[in-house]
Design a protein around this ligand. Structure first.
Ligand SMILES: Nc1nc2c(c(=O)[nH]1)N[C@H]1C(S)=C(S)[C@@H](COP(=O)(O)O)O[C@H]1N2
Ligand SMILES: [Mo]
Length: 448
């Protein structure tokens, strides 16, 4: 643990946890015990550090610190601002264990350390099938075409400047990888919410509705049924998207993220935004849209992101991220330092619309209370919830259960597995449970 972890409230943060070799073996073997043990050791080591408290004679209140008695730094000492040096522990993290297991390249968002609903751009999760590049926008093009003339009248190639001239819209949406929470299908308890749910981020995206561009190319809306989106990276990332999502104006060719241009890792200079749909369809470094009337069955939809079901069948082209929520604090790896008051905080989202309610249980799903929804509630966007809790020092199991405006209720593991079996990797939206031990240690458990 290189950096001093961030201390917030009466919670000790999760250790900056990387899975080690023993953890990886345990994960591969599908055993839960090992990870827990590794975590207890890490937490115990942290508990030994003393916590500074305000008391009589506290120099922090009695003595004027240097920042009060001297000149501060000038404006623009850092023309592009950075977080405080004391926030260094809050980082996107790769988990070498998970990466080795699934041969993927992914860096997870530290959900446990974030407030509200916006993910700072520098902490937005990253998922690349073939790495990222910082593309020179003057050399980037977006081509809109079709395999036969009947679909569009005037195929076109757009420069980034062409797209920046068109009327923009800005919208807040979550993006979640279809494989988020995937390890839990195998009953593997990864230690922290960063690794269970951190392939999830939320930004304000700015761009041009794809509909505008298709209109510009004279699309035949009656004939067109699907579009194919293709990225400029080496992964040949291609996904089929139903035309209804485009026609509704929801799908954006985005260049803006949280008020500035997209970050290179997230698709600079152009990416597709497909609200409510799994991350893989949000094609980054977007360079081509083809219009057609049947799914293309590309590798990223025929082989990957397919859900194996009981009885040897599978689901394909499932793309909506169903209603889901997670408590981000207290969460796995954190430690409650004392009995007493805690604010339970978390995120809820639905690929079908708005969150209407989040219930929270502190006794493993026996009793539920409705949480306070805090801040704006947008469709297909992260929604923050908070609820008071007084911890009596006894073991507890914390859970959250979200409901969206279609009336859909987030399922328990037992309910999800009854329909989906145990062989899937994708689209796990089950209720997450965090166990609080008498020691205050919080860990990942599954409650059916
Ligand atoms: N061109 C391209 N687009 C891509 C990918 C990729 O590897 N190449 N990864 C996809 C996947 S699987 C996900 S989950 C999201 C991740 O977006 P992010 O890295 O901005 O979080 O981008 C999608 N778009
Ligand atoms: Mo993904």
């Amino acid at each position: 643990m290189a950096e001093q972890p961030i201390q917030r409230g009466r919670l000790r943060p999760a250790p900056e946890h990387f899975l080690n070799e023993a953890d990886v073996q345990a994960v591969e073997a599908g055993r839960r015990g090992f990870l827990r043990k590794a975590l207890v050791t890490a937490s115990a080591a942290m508990a030994a550090t003393t916590v500074a408290r305000a008391e009589d004679g506290d120099p922090a209140i009695l003595t004027l610190p240097p920042w009060t008695t001297s000149l501060g730094q000038p404006v623009a000492a850092r023309p592009y601002g950075l977080p405080s040096q004391y926030e260094k522990g809050l980082q996107r993290r790769e988990s070498p264990g998970l990466t080795r297991m699934s041969q993927v390249s992914v860096a997870f968002t530290p959900l446990q350390g974030l407030f509200g609903i916006v993910t700072p751009s520098g902490l937005h999760f990253e998922r690349h099938h073939q790495g990222w590049s910082d593309i020179d926008p003057s050399k980037h093009r977006l081509m809109i075409n079709a395999s036969d003339d009947g679909f569009i009248r005037a195929p076109r190639v757009y420069t980034v400047d062409d797209i920046l001239r068109l009327p923009p819209v800005s919208r807040m949406h979550f993006i979640e990888c279809g494989a988020n929470t995937g390890m839990e299908w195998g009953n593997v308890a990864v230690p922290t919410v960063q690794y269970t749910h951190g392939m999830l981020s939320c930004s304000e995206f700015t761009g041009v509705p794809l509909r505008t561009l298709l209109d510009d190319c004279g699309v035949n809306w009656k004939k067109a049924r699907y579009v194919l989106a293709e990225g400029a990276d080496g992964s040949s990332m291609t996904r089929t998207i139903p035309i209804e999502l485009v026609e509704s104006g929801e799908v954006l060719v985005a260049y803006g993220q949280n008020g500035e241009m997209l970050r290179p890792e997230n698709g600079y200079p152009l990416r597709l935004v497909v609200p409510g749909v799994q991350g893989v369809s949000w094609v980054k470094w977007l360079r081509r849209i083809e219009v057609g009337d049947q799914p293309w069955a590309t590798k990223d939809e025929a082989i990957h992101y397919v859900d194996l079901l009981p009885g040897g069948q599978h689901r394909q082209y499932t793309s909506i991220q169903e209603c889901k929520s997670v408590i981000t604090t207290p969460s796995g790896g954190q430690m409650l330092l004392d009995k007493g008051f805690y604010n339970i905080s978390g995120l809820a989202w639905s690929g079908r619309g708005k969150i209407t309610r989040v219930d929270v249980s502190t006794d493993g799903g026996v009793n539920w209370r409705s949480a306070r929804i805090d801040g704006p509630v947008h469709g297909k966007c992260l929604t923050r919830f908070n609820i008071d809790w007084v911890w009596d020092g006894r073991p507890a199991i914390l859970q959250s259960r979200a409901v969206d405006d279609t009336g859909y209720v987030q399922p328990r593991y037992g309910q999800l597995r009854a329909v989906r079996g145990t062989k899937s990797i994708y689209h796990n939206n089950a209720i997450q449970s965090w166990k609080v031990a008498e020691t205050g240690e919080v860990s990942n458990v599954q409650v059916l």
